[in-house]
Design a protein around this ligand. Structure first.
Ligand code: AMP
Ligand code: ZN
Length: 464
């Protein structure tokens, strides 16, 4: 398999440390709000990567953190703790906020057919481990205490800029504008390992430490959760491109100084989903969540399909028009795959031919759009029988996870209830009683039924 490695800025052959087993770490969410569909684009790409590795014969041990403490508004350790902002916004405790949005995050995973990583670890469950590592970094003189906080001294790690690969002067100018208040830092990019000099007296999550009561910095969480669960050698570390600097840059610095050797060989980053106004955000413009798409009548898997049509290293601009196009293509694809009926024996030669083409696309830096082209070519191929097609679709769907052969299971009683409700709603609409019509739509949504209006009438789909 070949994959683009941000560390060396080129597409490289993937070779794990330990034969058939791949150690993979993916940065998890900061659980102060719902994930937006941009965040979920990154998790879809990571899911495809994990499933591709499985598909080509690797065993993947994948770890993800849940950030419930230490991630400030700016990734460069300034601003307020995001969790605290969430708690204030909703008048709840940080713990309640963390539990609620962690659950919502994994519900989104289910709706998008994203596999849950085998190990998930909450940042706040590992405090003693961060403290041990920070003590070691201070002892080795990589970290220092200033103004009550513990900082990592980036000047002690000459390769600090190796991942970002840009002229540090450019970055330093950028940081000086925003960092200002941290007067105790030796270098503007020195980052916090442990906060005690908290600007936020109302910080609820705090723990005793040799440096006073406080809480860990965001970057140390990922390094330690990774090392603790996957050992000293990591094969793949993923995230979105915004994580390259400073988050992953800092992860590399502290991990390699702590371990005393190179830590991770492949750094793989997904490009962003943008809105037409630019960067997708939870605070500006329409907050695009999976549930919002469902409420608007879209099948979440149409969004997954849309992501797979583009390359993970290309920016993607979200619009409802492009989602409509993807949604129609997905429905057509699914009606084709569902209409296939077994008609004989699987032709091994044809099976292997298409499997190799499909595998080749994925092994080529996860070219999911070529993998989909292979699927469309297969469905168009008149020289191949349905049984072979069904076996291949099933096989491809192990990676694509588009539920291509999954029929909606609706019993008769339920389907007549749904139809009655749809008729009633249409009656209300005709009478311009829109509120009542919307109430029925919401009632259906609560039952997991998504309705879609078109010129031909109202159709519906049942979410899994
Ligand atoms: P966060 O919850 O903010 O820590 O982000 C979770 C993940 O989403 C990280 O891996 C980010 O790199 C990624 N991410 C943030 N914004 C976007 C976006 N607009 N498109 C794709 N991925 C994103
Ligand atoms: Zn991380």
């Amino acid at each position: 398999m070949k994959i683009y490695n941000t560390l060396n800025k080129k597409i490289e052959k993937f070779v794990p440390h330990n034969g058939n087993v791949v150690n993979m770490y993916t940065c998890g969410p900061t659980v102060y709000n719902y994930a937006h569909i941009g965040n979920l684009r990154t998790y879809i790409f990571e899911d495809i990567l994990e499933k591709t590795l499985n598909y080509i014969g690797y065993e993947v041990k994948r770890v993800m953190n849940i950030t419930d403490v230490g991630h400030l508004q700016s990734d460069g350790d300034t601003g307020e703790d995001k969790m605290l902002l969430g708690a204030k916004r909703e008048n709840k405790s940080v713990y309640e906020i963390a539990d609620f949005y962690t659950e919502a995050f994994f519900k989104d995973f289910e709706k998008l057919n994203i596999k849950k990583p085998s190990i998930i670890s909450k940042a706040s469950d590992n405090i003693d481990k961060y403290i041990k590592v920070i003590e070691k970094l201070i002892e080795k003189d990589y970290a220092y205490i200033s103004n009550g906080n513990v900082y990592f001294d980036i000047s002690k790690y000459p390769d600090y800029y190796k991942l970002v690969g840009r002229d540090p002067k450019e970055l330093i100018i950028g940081a000086r504008d925003s960092v200002g208040e941290d007067v105790g830092k030796r270098n503007p990019f020195d980052f916090v390992l442990w906060f005690t000099n908290s600007k936020f007296e109302n910080q609820i999550m705090k723990w005793d430490s040799p440096w006073g009561v406080g809480y860990p910095g965001w970057h140390i969480e990922c390094s330690i959760i990774a090392v603790n669960n996957l050992g000293e050698y990591l094969d793949i570390h993923c995230g979105g491109v915004d994580n390259i600097f400073p988050h992953h840059t800092n992860e590399i610095a502290q991990s390699e100084c702590y371990l005393g050797h190179k830590w991770c060989n492949y750094w793989v980053h997904g490009e962003h989903l943008n809105s037409s106004e630019g960067k997708m955000s939870k605070s500006k413009g329409e907050f695009l969540t999976v549930d919002l798409l469902i409420a608007k009548g879209y099948n979440p898997l149409a969004y997954r399909f849309m992501c797979l049509q583009s390359h993970y290293r290309k920016q993607l601009v979200f619009s409802y028009d492009s989602l409509d196009t993807a949604s129609n293509a997905y429905s057509k694809l699914k009606s084709k795959t569902l209409s296939l009926i077994n008609d004989g024996d699987v032709n091994d030669e044809k099976f292997n031919y298409y499997k190799n083409v499909f595998k080749g696309a994925l092994e080529d830096d996860l070219n999911t759009s070529n993998a989909l082209t292979c699927l469309f070519d297969l469905l168009k191929d008149n020289e191949i029988n349905n049984s072979t097609k069904i076996s291949l679709v099933k096989d491809f769907d192990n990676v694509l996870s588009l539920s291509l052969l999954k029929k909606q299971e609706v019993d008769e009683k339920l389907s007549s209830k749904i139809e009655d409700m749809i008729n009633k709603r249409n009656e209300y609409k005709m009478n311009k009683e829109y509120e009542k019509a919307d109430n029925i739509r919401n009632e259906l949504l609560n039952m997991g039924v998504v309705i879609k209006d078109s010129k031909e009438g109202t159709s519906y789909e049942i979410n899994k």
